[in-house]
Design a protein around this ligand. Structure first.
Ligand SMILES: [Zn+2]
Length: 129
């Protein structure tokens, strides 16, 4: 792990030095550097969170959606492919209108057609006779 506190200490020293020698360019450069490091730290945190999130899942892409394949082989899902691909967020898809699935977060609609038995397997057996 990067020691950002150490870097920030060094920047503080540089800042104090720039102040002492009254060099406006040096002060501006130090401030820019500080800003850069803060945004790097933020990005680093975000990536770390994404990594943790990703490690919790064993995602498999299948017919426009993701499934989490558990260690025992069990399938969990389906999850939104847009949210997972973009932010590594595992968002459960909800049943939408006209045999489709909808993501509650990004509102992506996935038409499932007739072969969809994602969410209603075994639930409704209609006897037409
Ligand atoms: Zn989504």
């Amino acid at each position: 792990m990067i020691e950002t506190t150490k870097i920030m200490d060094t920047i503080k020293k540089l800042s104090e030095f720039a102040e002492r020698v009254k060099d406006i360019d040096a002060r501006t450069a130090v401030l820019d550097l500080k800003e850069e490091i803060l945004s790097l730290r933020e990005e680093n945190l975000k990536l770390r969170e994404q990594l943790i999130e990703k490690e919790k899942f064993n995602m498999k892409f299948e017919e426009s959606v993701y499934w989490n394949i558990k260690e025992n082989g069990e399938k969990e899902g389906p999850f939104c492919s847009a949210c997972w691909d973009k932010d590594k967020k595992a968002i459960h898809l909800s049943p939408g209108a006209y045999s489709s699935l909808i993501c509650p977060v990004c509102k992506t609609i996935i038409p499932t057609g007739e072969k969809n038995d994602f969410l209603s397997s075994g639930e409704s057996s209609i006897d037409w006779c």
